[in-house]
Design a protein around this ligand. Structure first.
Ligand code: LRH
Ligand code: MN
Ligand code: MN
Length: 386
């Protein structure tokens, strides 16, 4: 019953990888180091380029500022080009500075808000240097105790701060606003859900869109519904892909629940978001105990597999079953696509493009990990706890 995806359909998949996935990371209990960890943004790019070289899926690299800070941005940009990748989204960071203990863009003190807004201005300056289109804003802002601050006044301050940042963007730049229902704040978070992000984006304008991080929902949330709704509203700007078992686990996308990833991609395709450069697919993951470059390769391949399965969906037969309210047939058609083994098809597709049929095996055989382990001593943390 399943249909066969065409190479042209598969060609439309592009996944942005995060610079911070290549650095050391961990939990609040321990940050483990991996031999060969990059010592600077240049080396992170080299690692990211390996993912693209072996998979053809990851042509851009997201930066996190100031985790990724260099004296010469043009040199970083040129290095990316040399490696066959480009610099992508710039992520702001207002969550590791003592001044932001009680909030950043929402802080009760205008001086602290000014500092947080200025940080975003600096990110926009970086975007001009790197040629990046998207400024991604995720805030750790919130409170831990009822009564600690006015929820409503914080929303007003947030709206004002965001408007100032948005006004600073060039016409071809966007703001993408990420939500998260808890952590690090535990009583209330200032942008906890897609609805809150959506109302702020709506107030800001056309170039403000919502970011959906798959790890940022309460267990049981129907994420594909959110995808369908935001696409319907023209307000889905980007994904942060990862998987979770419990909290914001930042594990390899598709590892915890491949069926959920498939359902998300099905809605992405149905809503016209697949292959649309305005809906950016980004990984947001940490590799605490596994090798980082292979972890990223596995991640992009998991997304590719989910896309191939979703493209196998017989949408015509499904439309008929739905019209006839044939519940079991409709479900059967969907499950048939999910059950399709797309691995041989993807191996052939890769080979036809001059890529290794098995990118993971090809990378592991390349000697790259052994080389960086010997060459790089004293790698940096991803930024967490830095
Ligand atoms: C917050 C988040 C956000 C940050 C990233 C490091 O949990 O998902 O996207 O920028 O983690
Ligand atoms: Mn995220
Ligand atoms: Mn997160």
């Amino acid at each position: 019953m399943a249909v066969i995806p065409t190479p042209e359909q598969l060609d439309r998949l592009r996944i942005e990888v995060p610079s911070w996935a290549y650095g050391n990371s961990g939990t609040r209990f321990r940050v483990f180091s991996t031999p060969g960890t990059p010592r600077d943004p240049f080396e992170k790019l080299a690692d990211a380029a390996e993912v693209h070289k072996h998979t053809g899926l990851a042509p851009t690299v997201a930066l996190h500022y100031p985790w990724d800070k260099v004296d010469d941005w043009q040199a970083l940009r040129a290095r990316a080009e040399e490696l066959g990748v480009a610099l992508g989204t710039v992520n702001s960071n207002t969550f590791q500075d003592d001044d932001f203990k009680f909030g950043s863009l929402t802080h009760p003190d205008a001086r602290v808000r000014r500092k947080a807004i200025d940080h975003h201005f600096e990110c926009i300056d970086v975007m001009h240097e790197t040629g990046s289109r998207d400024l991604k804003v995720w805030l750790a802002d919130g409170t831990n105790y009822p009564g600690q601050d006015s929820i409503r006044e914080r929303q007003d301050r947030l709206a004002e701060s965001l408007a100032e940042i948005y006004a600073r963007l060039a016409d071809d730049q966007r703001m993408v606003l990420e939500y998260k229902f808890f952590e690090p704040a535990f009583y209330h978070t200032d942008i906890p859900d897609w609805g809150t992000s959506y109302v702020h984006c709506l107030a800001l304008g056309d170039r403000a869109k919502v970011v959906l991080d798959t790890g940022h929902h309460a267990p049981g949330t129907n994420i594909e519904f959110i995808v369908a709704q935001l696409l319907r509203l023209g307000k889905l700007g980007a994904f942060d892909f990862n998987s979770r078992f419990y909290g914001d686990d930042d594990l390899i996308v598709g590892a915890a629940d491949p069926f959920q990833l498939f359902r998300i991609i099905v809605e992405l395709i149905a809503g016209g978001g697949y292959g649309d450069p305005d809906v950016q697919l980004v990984l947001d993951q940490c590799h605490n105990i596994e090798e980082k470059v292979p972890g990223q390769i596995r991640s992009v391949l998991n997304v590719q597999e989910a896309v191939a399965k979703a493209l196998s969906l017989d949408t015509e037969a499904l439309a008929v079953a739905r019209r006839e309210c044939d519940v079991l047939l409709a479900n059967d058609i969907l499950m048939d696509a999910f059950a399709t083994d797309v691995r041989p098809l993807l191996a052939d597709y890769r080979e036809a493009k001059g890529l290794p049929a098995d990118p993971m095996r090809a990378f592991l055989a390349s000697g790259y990990l052994e080389r960086i382990a010997a060459e790089r001593v004293g790698g940096t943390q991803a930024g967490w706890g830095a």
